[in-house]
Design a protein around this ligand. Structure first.
Ligand SMILES: [Fe+2]
Length: 387
């Protein structure tokens, strides 16, 4: 049975849709035509590849297409691993420039699923390579339009005005009853409709394009943790290495990745010396904190004194279905010797929040937008400022 409690299998005009929720707020989907037994996958997170393969093999669905709606900046895509596991064809927009993508989608082209066709619509703005999939009364909107929110448009070539045009010309051109399947949701909501978003999404109540651009430009969230490393992974399709050298770790931390280091030593060791901004997860607490590990952006670097405990934890978490794990060669000893900054003799403090892919709220005057949690590190804009 699906290992995704609370996430039911939906049926939309005869197609099955399996939402794959992730603690980081990411949302991927398996879309299945039960007549032909053909399936496609949309925006599957690397952590969910095992789950997706499990679902596909459980009912003997044949995966034909693996689609990234855009270049993900906040999490590792599972597209390369899932396509390899199921011998499927990877799809991205022609401007995406992802290694290993065999099908470069054009605007107003289609992907077949049994006797059906899903239409690919170019919808730039969040990123220059964003697209949405439309068919069977549903739209898979990537990050462009979220439930009560929209994508941020302040990084990797995003443009608020272009996002406004895509939302209004592509997404709001769909019938009100169209079911919306977004690429993120930070409040564990399953779906919405175009009509519900048209009526209540605070970003869609703003008075025109200029107001949207001003609001979206006004309050950009912090960059997602590990953004540059994730962009490289997602564009180059390279697997996350199982080990980071001390020197690589120093560069990773200096690039803003301290919040993805999971320190598994004892409290006494951590208070003796720790990497500022790293997370403390004691060895005997790991089993009960897997959700927290999953909510940490990959690559997730496991740290101990010299590397041995971290490797044991990596093996344990891998068996528990966590992906994107690396150990730090030589632990904190080698890290300090390589010039990495450590704090000595001070209590560990919680990691600072990192940015998400959602925008802030527009001046909605109290509309019901739900902001993503500050530590989500996702793609939705923060909620718009209230007037
Ligand atoms: Fe995104």
């Amino acid at each position: 049975m699906p290992s995704n409690p609370g996430i039911p299998r939906l049926t939309i005009e005869g197609l099955h849709v399996l939402p794959l929720a992730h603690p980081q707020g990411c949302r991927g989907y398996l879309v299945i035509d039960p007549e032909s037994r053909e399936a496609l996958a949309v925006d599957v997170h690397l952590d969910q590849v095992h789950e997706a393969v499990h679902y596909l093999e459980l009912d003997d669905w044949r995966l034909g297409w693996v689609i990234d709606t855009h270049t993900h900046a906040d999490h590792p895509s599972g597209a390369a691993a899932l396509a390899a596991a199921e011998n499927a064809v990877r799809v991205a927009h022609r401007d995406a420039d992802h290694a290993g993508v065999a099908h470069l989608a054009e605007d107003d082209s289609s992907l077949t699923l049994g006797d059906r066709e899903l239409r690919v619509c170019y919808a730039p703005g969040h990123t220059p390579d964003s697209m949405v999939l439309v068919g069977a009364g549903a739209v898979f909107s990537g990050d462009s339009l979220l439930i009560g929110a929209v994508a941020r448009a302040d990084f990797i070539g995003g443009d608020p005005g272009t996002l406004y045009d895509s939302i209004h010309d592509v997404l709001l051109a769909l019938p009100d009853e169209t079911t919306l399947f977004p690429g993120h949701d930070y409040a564990r909501r399953l779906t919405s409709t175009i009509g519900e978003e048209r009526a209540s999404n605070p970003w869609l109540q703003l008075n025109g394009r200029d107001a949207f651009v001003d609001a979206l430009s006004a309050n950009p969230p912090p960059e997602p943790a590990n953004m540059q490393a994730l962009l490289r992974l997602n564009r180059e399709g390279r697997p996350i290495p199982p080990r980071f050298s001390a020197a690589e770790t120093v560069r990773h931390v200096r690039a803003g990745g301290a919040g993805t280091i999971l320190d598994v030593r004892t409290e006494a060791e951590i208070q003796d010396a720790h990497i500022p901004g790293s997370k403390l997860i004691l060895l005997d607490e790991i089993a009960g904190r897997i959700e927290e590990v999953l909510a940490t952006p990959a690559p997730r670097l496991l740290l101990c004194h010299s590397g041995q405990r971290a490797e044991s934890v990596r093996q344990y978490l891998t068996r528990a279905g966590v992906s994107g794990l690396s150990t730090i060669d030589g632990g904190i000893v080698a890290y300090a010797q390589a010039g990495g900054a450590v704090t000595r003799g001070a209590p560990w403090e919680p990691t600072a929040a990192t940015g998400s892919c959602a925008a802030s709220s527009p001046p909605s005057g109290g509309c019901a937008a739900t902001p993503p949690p500050a530590e989500s590190g996702g793609c939705a804009a923060a909620p718009p400022p209230t007037s």
